[in-house]
Design a protein around this ligand. Structure first.
Ligand code: GLN
Length: 451
């Protein structure tokens, strides 16, 4: 049914870069046979899933949304893909994304735009717009995203889906094509919290292949999600982060946020205001640390080892000139912008002023979180300041695009878990049909079950 749905609507949505029909049907048949033989199966066995194209999948093309990896077929599976396969979830295919996960609209994909199922003239968020659109467009019940600065939660918010960024280290990064290694985290995109919890528990947990993976049992998020369905929030202190609301937030988004607070109050929660003064510098710190790490991670795309190789036609074919020609042709503008920014921030003479300062800000943000979690059990904010914007609206203005991540980035800088829930429809600025808005919840590191 999902493959039929993809055939019917993906021509319009373009959520998928590759559909793996044969492999998906083979897995489904295997699961059916095991079920018929009375084998005990994982609760998600047979439930199809879409995987963001930044996650390597053995035998299936993996491009990270970039021309530089066009035609590359990975020889191994990411750990999270191994776990998905072992549990018998048919993989429907690979989803579109901003090139190397850099963006908030999926417009930076080298393979064309993904459309928001709610309004085909609007962006599905980014970088994981393909995964969110696949779930929102009923092409897939479950999807995998990755979140370096909001790429699971912001697409979730603008498509009306549930997006969870686990605690840093909660899900193995082995087999994710790295953007910024100290910030990247994979997680679920789904239509319900329980689905997200089931998927989170499946892909989470220690992995010796990832040295930053937490060597402890996965938090009991499934049991917590079932308990949470009782809707009793008595004694729970919910902290509203002063710096993540108000000015710059669309009127409709703020209205839905206030209603969500009322609802939490009516379920027994105590709402308190908390202040995190350093969050005002989160975006600045992120856009130094992230490009710095990315410039280093992307050095391996050199025309020698993976994918594209372009030889210069106007002179000697030296290694350096092949690298230059390959990277010049293979990377898009946003990737080049960030590689240049990151290289500059790390260079001698500027390192302390830029990268060093950004790391200090990161520590201040972590301290703000620690103080806020003394006053509140969870923190909340709108996930994104606006509902889905129109294609092209922010494409020529990188800073306007970056501002969309203002509420999601602090969690990555501190490594804490975050989740976006749909909280209704809001009228876009300038009028038009109402569109989904998102409610973000943040919890202390390793307290994913509290989310
Ligand atoms: N939109 C943010 C960026 O462009 C976050 C991306 C992400 O989380 N992968 O960097």
């Amino acid at each position: 049914a999902n493959l039929d749905r993809i055939a019917a609507v993906d021509g319009d949505l373009h959520a998928f870069l590759h559909v793996s029909s044969d492999e998906a049907l083979a897995t489904a048949a295997e699961v059916d046979a095991k079920r018929a033989a009375g084998e005990e199966l994982h609760p998600l066995a047979g439930v199809p899933i879409a995987v963001k194209d930044v996650v390597v999948t053995k035998g299936l093309p993996t491009t990270a949304g970039s021309k530089i990896l066009k035609g590359w077929i990975p020889p191994y599976d990411a750990t999270l893909v191994e776990r998905i396969k072992a549990a018998g979830l048919p993989i429907l295919g690979k989803t579109n994304m901003d090139e190397f996960a850099m963006g908030s609209s999926t417009e930076h994909s080298a393979y064309g735009n993904t459309k928001n199922p709610w309004d085909l003239d609007r962006i599905p968020g980014g970088s994981g717009g393909g995964s969110a659109a696949a779930v929102a467009g009923f092409e897939a019940p479950l999807a995998i995203g990755t979140d370096t600065g909001g790429s699971i939660r912001q697409p979730g918010a603008v498509t009306g889906t549930v997006g969870v960024k686990p605690t840093y280290g909660g899900v193995s990064r082995y087999g994710l094509i790295a953007m910024a290694s100290s910030l990247d985290q994979a997680g679920p995109v789904t239509r319900s919290v329980l689905d997200a919890a089931l998927l989170h528990e499946l892909i989470g947990g220690h992995d010796p292949h990832d040295s930053t993976s937490i060597n402890e049992p996965v938090p009991g998020v499934v049991a917590a999600a079932r308990l949470g369905a009782n809707g009793d929030l008595k004694g729970v202190r919910v902290g509203v982060v002063k710096e993540l609301s108000g000015e710059g937030y669309q009127a409709g988004v703020s209205a839905r946020f206030d209603e969500s607070l009322d609802q939490l109050r009516s379920l027994g929660a105590e709402i308190v205001e908390v202040s995190c003064p350093s969050f005002g510098y989160a975006l600045d710190a992120y856009y130094l640390i992230m490009p710095a790490e990315a410039s280093s991670n992307l050095a391996k795309f050199d025309g020698m080892r993976f994918g594209l190789r372009v030889e210069p036609t106007d002179g000697p074919v030296t290694a350096e000139r092949v690298m230059g020609a390959t990277r010049g042709a293979g990377f898009g503008d946003e990737v080049k912008r960030r590689v240049i920014l990151g290289t500059y921030a790390l260079s001698a003479g500027y390192y302390d002023a830029y990268y060093g300062s950004a790391q200090k800000v990161r520590t201040l943000i972590q301290r703000d979180f620690a103080a806020a979690f003394q006053q509140a059990d969870v923190l909340v904010s709108p996930t994104a300041p606006t509902t889905a914007f129109r294609f092209g609206e922010k494409l020529d203005d990188p800073l306007a695009m970056y501002l969309n991540d203002i509420a999601t980035i602090p969690a990555n800088l501190a490594g804490v878990p975050g989740m976006s829930l749909p909280n209704g429809l809001a009228e876009p600025d300038g009028g038009g049909a109402s569109l989904p808005s998102g409610f973000q919840i943040l919890a202390p590191a390793k307290a994913d079950d509290r989310l």
